[in-house]
Every structure is written in C-alpha cells, then in structure tokens.
Design a protein around this ligand. Structure first.
Ligand code: MG
Length: 251
C-alpha cells in the first residue's frame, strides 16, 4: 500500500543534488528498487539464477571431458563428487555476483589436513574459496575452510561437524584490467555459516598451489567451478545473482 496520500509526491525536488547519481536527496523521481521475494528456508530469492536445486545437473559440465557433469545426484536434494571424474563448472559465465551454496563433508573421518573433506568453490573458475573438513583438523592457515587458498586464511574457522550442512554466502567483485594491466584487484566478502570470514578482502590473483599468484590479465567473466579433490563432498542449494558492475569502493 502506498503510504503517501494520492497526488502527493513520493519525495522532494527542492533538495541538494547527490554528486554520484544526479538525483536530489529524497528524489521523488528516482526509480523504485526492483521487488525481490526472499527465499524461505533453503529456497532462492525470486530473481536468482538457480544453478542446482537437487533435480538435475543441467547447468553444469565436466571440466575434464567438456561433456555432461559426471557427479552423482543424491536423493536428498544434493549432489556428490564422483571420484576421478574431475571438477565441474557451470555452462554460464559470471562477473560480479552474489553466490549462495551449501556443502557437506563426509561424516566418516578419513584422512587429515588437506586430505579430509576437501573440495573448493572457484569464482570465475580461477579463484578458490576452500572447502575442507577443518573440524578438529588443522592444516596450514591459508588452506583452511573459508580461506582464499594459498593467499589468505579466513578470519575465523566456522565449520560445523562433519555430516552437517554448511553454507557459503559470497559477494564477489571481479578484477579490472585496463590495457592488459591489473588496475583493480578481485575482492571478496564471504560468510561461512552466517559468520564473516572475509570482508572486502582483495586477492592478489588466481589461485595457485605452492606458488605465488600471477597477476597477468585474464578473462573478465568465468564459470563457477566446484572441485573434485578426491573426497565425497556434497553440494546443494546453489544459486547466484549477477550484480552487474559494482561501484568499486576506493582502496
Ligand atoms: Mg580445495
């Protein structure tokens, strides 16, 4: 219901002009924000691209085979890594996004350190946010669950016990290259189980193993990739909201 009386303007026009938008303060002609219906429980908000809801793997492909994704659908609405089939990625590429997904590490304790419940979420197919069963299982800090692998540990370790579901909510800002030169680093804000593990954290460059990250130019968008690291990790409720070009904050 419109809380303003009929024929009354929604706002003001005799107020100062905002320098960034050209609208006035409380401008009555400024476009209304789109209406989005939030999800309930585990469902996606109304404007999200649903990448996985438990019913099929149609949005995904095998990185190794360049064909259909070979991971297994589990009857409970999740999918599970099929060992040896390799990573899977979305057909579609994305730039700046809001991402939600949930993951589950096997309840059977097997292996230690990086060898227990390891997978990963790769933004743009290049930048890994670590998935690992770090419950009573320490490893090197920048390989901890929630970590930007090889670059930056999470602020905290907020993993649940193995056999329980965990959630990631991630805001991703792409790096910017101008004339082949990196002018703006990729930036991430991430929550693991509702707890902030990165806040506007800049990444050096794409994920590497035992090496410094390169800063060469790369594609401006990329698929979302999930890692087969040899453990039976499950995923569910994966949705994404492209954000368009974010007004990058000054560093
Ligand atoms: Mg990993």
């Amino acid at each position: 219901m419109n809380r303003f009386p009929e024929n009354e303007p929604l706002g003001y026009s005799d107020t100062p002009v905002l320098p960034d938008s050209g609208y006035t303060v409380h401008d009555g002609t400024r476009p209304q924000p789109p209406i989005v219906t939030p999800g309930t429980g585990n469902s996606a908000p109304s404007d999200a691209i649903v990448l996985f809801d438990g019913s099929n793997l149609d949005a995904w492909e095998s990185v190794k085979e360049k064909g259909p994704a070979q991971w297994q659908l589990i009857g409970d609405g999740s999918m599970e890594v099929v060992l040896g089939t390799g990573d899977i990625q979305t057909h579609e590429s994305f730039g700046d996004v809001q991402l939600h997904l949930e993951f589950y590490c096997p309840p059977e304790i097997k292996g230690e350190g990086q060898g227990r419940g390891n997978s990963g979420v790769f933004l743009m197919g290049l930048y890994e946010v670590q998935v690992l069963d770090n419950y009573n299982n320490p490893t090197y800090a920048d390989g901890t669950v929630g970590g930007l692998y090889g670059q930056c540990p999470p602020l905290v370790n907020a993993i649940r016990e193995p056999g329980e579901w965990n959630s990631y909510d991630i805001l991703w800002e792409c790096p910017v290259f101008e004339d082949g030169v990196l002018t703006k680093h990729a930036r991430i804000t991430a929550l693991l189980n509702g707890v902030v593990v990165h806040h506007a954290k800049e990444l050096v460059g794409p994920t590497t193993h035992k090496e410094l990250s390169p800063t060469e130019t790369h594609r401006s968008t990329g698929p979302l990739k999930l890692q087969d690291h040899g453990d039976l990790v499950r995923f569910r409720d994966i949705w994404i909201r492209p954000l368009g070009q974010i007004d990058h904050l000054p560093s």
